[in-house]
Design a binder for this molecule. Structure first.
Ligand SMILES: Nc1nc2c(ncn2[C@@H]2O[C@H](COP(=O)(O)OP(=O)(O)OP(=O)(O)O)[C@@H](O)[C@H]2O)c(=O)[nH]1
Ligand SMILES: [Mg+2]
Length: 249
């Protein structure tokens, strides 16, 4: 895909080899005390303690204390849904690469070096594709729903995508800052669809997916309907944005 609205030139980009010092790993955290210690230790281990971690937290359990013990920045926020938390989380850091994850130990932090390498190869967004390896750890209903979402989004966008609702992605910071984000439960799909339809270089990358630690925060049926609505709304908005304006007489 061609580059769209980036501000840096190709030459400037080629000079820069990002390291883990350039990465912020961000997440919404809502009563994840069973998982957060492991998630944050994995990030520390794989990045040698260099990645910054930002948690936007709505918990009533020990999640924020554990996050602070690990040196994470914790932003407290009333729980208002996935997208409200993750939008605040992606907009907080100053570092040039923002990586999102869930705080439930489903996503492979050990694959962070691959995400960094792909950003260094010139991709603007690297999106973890859970379905490539089969996602056996995902509940069957969710797996089926995710396949339907990917098929629907592909048709609406005119580009084949494989996993629209993954929580693990890396973004160049100018991508997250240059787009206005509108969705809540459907934010994850929006974070793929809008950059892709605006011509950013988006690359899906296969990832392993593990069984969740702790309770899910998503109602599969209600959440699934909200995501489906977001996919249709966001894709159509982006299509309309692409249409040429009729020249004035
Ligand atoms: N701060 C905050 N975080 C939230 C909220 N809702 C969800 N999260 C977090 O967002 C991430 C995604 O939520 P999950 O429950 O894992 O949703 P999911 O990945 O669709 O569902 P699973 O398949 O069960 O993992 C987790 O780290 C949650 O703790 C919220 O209202 N506020
Ligand atoms: Mg999750």
């Amino acid at each position: 895909m061609s580059s769209g609205e980036q501000t840096e030139t190709t030459a400037e980009r080629e000079e820069k080899e990002y390291t883990f010092d350039d990465i912020s790993v961000v997440m919404g955290t809502y009563n994840e005390e069973e998982a957060i210690g492991k998630v944050l230790s994995d990030i520390e281990d794989v990045t040698d303690g260099k990645a910054e971690v930002v948690c936007v937290d709505g918990s009533s359990d020990r999640t924020p204390e554990i996050a602070r013990e690990h040196g994470a920045t914790v932003i407290e926020q009333e729980p208002q849904g996935y997208g409200v938390a993750v939008r605040a989380a992606i907009l907080e850091p100053d570092r040039p690469i923002v990586v999102t994850t869930d705080c439930d130990d489903t996503y492979p932090m050990e694959q962070l070096p691959e995400f960094l390498a792909l950003i260094n190869d010139g991709h603007d967004v690297v999106s973890g594709d859970r379905l490539y390896h089969g996602a056996d750890a995902m509940p069957g209903f969710n797996r089926f729903g995710n396949q339907v979402f990917a098929a629907a989004a592909s048709v609406l966008m005119g580009t084949r995508v494989h996993d629209t609702t993954t929580g693990m992605r890396a973004y160049r910071r100018d991508v997250v800052e240059s787009i206005e984000w509108t969705e809540n439960t459907g934010l994850s799909a929006e974070l793929l669809i809008r950059p892709l339809m605006r011509g950013y270089d988006v690359r899906e990358h296969p990832i392993e997916y593990r069984e969740r630690a702790g309770q899910t925060k998503l109602d599969p049926l209600q959440g699934g309907l909200e995501i489906a609505r977001s996919i249709v709304k966001v894709s159509l908005e982006e299509r309309l944005r692409e249409l040429p304006h009729r020249p004035s007489q």
